[in-house]
Design a protein around this ligand. Structure first.
Ligand code: FMN
Length: 218
């Protein structure tokens, strides 16, 4: 049975240019977590921008990966800063921070600090130079591990090791992070965001990585 008869549309890669691939991927890969990344510009001012092509990719040691595209052929400020200094902070975005985070995605000229322009409160980091967003419930200090240029070169994956976690007492009880208490937001297709919605409990069926002390489903 053809896709059409089965109620589907089939699109082969030959029919996809960069823009249509982007539109399809951001519609299909949902919901996406958002890394609000702080870096230092060349003059020491603070850059902040959101990235939703993002996830954790390694647990030993903890590593995150963010895909940053070029903008009209040029590297975005975050990419330039990570390459130059090898350090960045990933700040988790909750519903209360959504508007500031969204506004920080405007194309500010290089060297103009989004955090200063938007009045975003900052705290110093411990092991890296870029500061963290004070009102974010979780901030992860990262050092660049490797850069991987993908496909035709528009996208580059920045893989960073998390060298320190800052966990607000509001979301961390000393043992685990309570996702509900983060009140995280996600990026959907097009100009849409999502909130957490219903949270469903299912017992874990296998030991988590490194879970030697695991005593069963929780
Ligand atoms: C919610 C959200 C998610 C985004 N995700 C990405 C992404 O994954 N990769 C990317 O290159 N740009 C992404 N952008 C666009 C960048 O944030 C935008 O280009 C920004 O101006 C980059 O800032 P910079 O030049 O200071 O690094 C996203 C924007 C928003 C609002």
């Amino acid at each position: 049975m053809s896709d059409k008869d089965a109620g589907f549309t089939y699109i082969a890669k030959e029919n996809l240019d960069t823009e249509s691939s982007y539109r399809l991927l951001v519609g299909c890969v949902v919901p996406r977590p958002i890394a609000w990344i702080t870096t230092l510009n060349e003059d020491g001012s603070v850059n902040a921008a959101p990235f939703s092509s993002y996830n954790y990719v390694c647990t030993s040691p903890p590593m995150l990966a963010i895909n940053i595209a070029t903008r009209e052929g040029n590297e975005k400020d975050t990419a330039v800063n990570i390459t130059a200094r090898g350090e960045f902070v990933v700040n988790v975005v909750n519903a209360a921070l959504m508007d500031e985070m969204h506004r920080s995605a405007a194309n500010y000229p290089a060297g103009v600090s989004e955090t200063a322009a938007l009045g975003i409160r900052l705290l110093p980091s411990v092991l890296v130079q870029p500061p963290r967003v004070a009102d974010s419930p979780i901030q992860m200090e990262c050092r660049l591990d490797q850069k991987v240029v993908l496909g035709r070169g528009i996208n580059t994956l920045y893989i960073g090791e998390v060298v320190g976690f800052h966990l607000s007492n509001e979301v961390y009880d000393g043992h685990r992070v309570d996702s509900r208490r983060i009140d995280p937001i996600s990026r959907l297709g097009g100009p849409f965001y999502g909130t957490l919605g219903e949270v469903i409990h299912k017992p874990m069926l296998q030991r988590p990585p490194g879970g030697e002390g695991w005593i069963g489903a929780d």
